[in-house]
Design a protein around this ligand. Structure first.
Ligand code: 4NP
Length: 150
């Protein structure tokens, strides 16, 4: 099993969408994909309606996901940890215990633009177009991740 974790701030907008998109492209018997937030604001909450809607538009169901907070033990449970932005990156790295933990973490858009450290913009305060843009970025990044892993 290869295990991949998607991380954002709230675990209700970007990372559940990234989880749903990547899951839809990988065989379930070989890969585990999960998501978490660095903050605890939305623990137990379903994804934002706008993320649910854009996922649905592309045939992906993320209704049943629930928010949870990233914790240090996630470094043991996952092989790859993708963060959405630079603030997620510093929050996740602040919990890293050793070099092996650090080596698992990357910004997801570095899969498209290696080494550029571009952010997936937080769409929480934006309209539906923001969610559509985020969907497109994550979809492109996930296609590259799939090519690497399969
Ligand atoms: P996410 O978006 O990190 O993509 O899930 C956010 C969701 C909620 C909040 C911020 C960002 N919030 O401040 O509640």
């Amino acid at each position: 099993m290869t295990k991949i974790l998607m991380v954002c701030l709230g675990n209700i907008c970007r990372s559940p969408l990234a989880e749903g998109i990547l899951k839809s492209k990988l065989p379930q018997d070989e890969f585990i994909v999960d998501s978490a937030g660095t903050a605890n604001y939305h623990v137990g909450s379903p994804p934002d309606k706008r993320s649910v809607a854009v996922a649905n538009k592309y045939g992906i169901n993320i209704n049943n996901l629930r928010g949870r907070q990233f914790e240090a033990s996630d470094f043991d449970r996952f092989d790859y940890i993708y963060v959405m932005d630079s603030s997620n990156l510093s929050n996740v790295l602040s919990l890293a215990r050793n070099e092996a933990d650090i080596a698992k973490v990357n910004m997801i858009l570095n899969e498209i633009y290696p080494g550029e450290n571009f952010d997936v913009p937080d769409p929480y305060y934006s309209g539906n177009q923001g969610f559509e843009n985020v969907y497109n970025m994550l979809n492109e990044a996930c296609d590259i991740i799939v090519k690497k892993l399969i």
